[in-house]
Write a protein that binds this ligand. Structure first.
Ligand SMILES: NC(=O)C1=CN([C@@H]2O[C@H](COP(=O)(O)OP(=O)(O)OC[C@H]3O[C@@H](n4cnc5c(N)ncnc54)[C@H](OP(=O)(O)O)[C@@H]3O)[C@@H](O)[C@H]2O)C=CC1
Ligand SMILES: Nc1nc(=O)c2c([nH]1)NC[C@@H]1CN(c3ccc(C(=O)N[C@@H](CCC(=O)O)C(=O)O)cc3)C=[N+]21
Ligand SMILES: [Mg+2]
Length: 293
């Protein structure tokens, strides 16, 4: 069993990005700038957005964090997005999800200029991804592709089972694994809440990607010997023995599943750090006008 070290892989990618930023600066160019909009005080969201901003500093990007209370109006948010769309300084920006219920998240995402949509959530970028036009790939699936590639994991002809069909992880992941090229060319099954017998599907899988948010959902009896298991889940569960008061749990029963795997990602230290690295990669692409020329 080989542990897919997301932290180390993320650091390697961030070093590659930092070297490019140095080159841009030496040539008198403008360094990339990422802005993040955060609404409310949800602990997880604050952590992720803070990590994103810290990562910007590490690679030499400019960054701004724009925070609102959860009573912010949709109009205020849309006005800020307009400002970020027009900003000369900001190359890319994200609006952290979830948003409070009184805000129409879809409307907010569609207000983002696709050229600055470094999360890749705008329908224009989603559509361009589907038809193989240059686009910003959503950071989590993009990071998983990087892990498969950097560990030379074979995907062609493999049966890949994706569990979860969200717009930000499961659905784009299933599309990307089915595409031509490497990593891709897999035969893909997409499972969700209506799937009748989840284990029936996962037991046939060479590669399992779980993005559900239910700690321990994938148990050892559901996994074929030698499978590759990618755990996207990050759920905070109470843990009195920690000073934070919680610990992070993935969707995989890691202790029992890992011994059966050829490769597996840990949580934390697996997919999460890659998500941050690929957000930076997209921001670099935005600054270089690589996607929309
Ligand atoms: N590491 C990282 O970088 C990231 C981690 N995450 C984490 O990944 C997890 C999933 O996130 P996200 O995709 O946004 O989640 P969503 O809650 O948007 O989607 C969850 C999906 O799982 C499906 N599902 C729920 N229960 C079951 C079940 N028992 N069997 C099969 N399918 C089920 C749902 O099905 P249905 O559609 O039928 O409701 C849905 O499609 C969360 O823990 C989140 O924190 C998310 C993004 C990035
Ligand atoms: N607009 C938007 N874009 C997102 O990319 C987005 C979002 N909204 N909403 C929520 C999800 C979740 N997500 C994570 C990012 C990093 C870690 C991460 O770095 N996790 C670390 C641990 C972090 C910790 O200690 O909590 C790890 O798994 O090792 C996790 C989850 C991005 N998301
Ligand atoms: Mg909402």
């Amino acid at each position: 069993m080989i542990l897919l070290d997301g932290k180390r892989t993320s650091e390697a990618i961030q070093q590659e990005i930092a070297a490019e930023v140095d080159a841009i600066r030496e040539n008198g160019g403008k360094v990339p700038h990422l802005a993040a909009v955060l609404v409310g005080n949800d602990g997880g969201s604050v952590t992720y957005v803070t990590n994103k901003v810290l990562a910007c500093e590490r690679v030499g990007f400019g960054s701004s964090l724009i925070r609102y209370n959860d009573d912010v109006t949709e109009d205020e948010l849309l006005a800020k997005i307009q400002e970020l769309n027009e900003s000369e300084e900001v190359d890319g920006f994200i609006v952290q999800l979830p948003l409070p219920r009184h805000i129409n998240a879809q409307k907010v995402l569609e207000a983002i200029d696709p050229r600055k949509d470094v999360d890749g959530f705008h329908p224009i970028n989603v559509g361009r991804m589907v038809v193989n036009l240059p686009s910003y790939l959503p950071a989590t699936p993009y990071g998983i592709l990087q892990l498969l590639e950097r560990y030379n994991i074979e995907t062609a002809g493999k049966h890949c089972v994706v569990i979860g069909r969200s717009n930000i992880v499961g659905t784009p992941m299933s599309i990307l694994m089915a595409k031509g090229g490497y990593p891709g060319n897999a035969t893909v099954t997409l499972c969700h809440r209506n799937t009748i017998d989840l284990g029936y599907h996962t037991r046939q899988a060479d590669i399992i990607i779980v993005a559900v948010g239910q700690p321990g959902l994938l148990t050892a009896d559901m996994v074929k010997e030698g499978a590759v298991v990618i755990d996207v889940g990050t759920t905070r569960v109470p843990d009195a023995s920690r000073k934070s008061g919680y610990r992070l749990r993935g969707d995989v029963d890691f202790g029992n599943v890992a011994p059966k795997c050829s490769f597996i990602t840990p949580v934390p230290g697996g997919v999460g750090p890659l998500t941050i690295a690929m957000l930076l990669k997209n921001t670099l692409k935005a600054a270089k006008r690589e996607v929309y020329v």
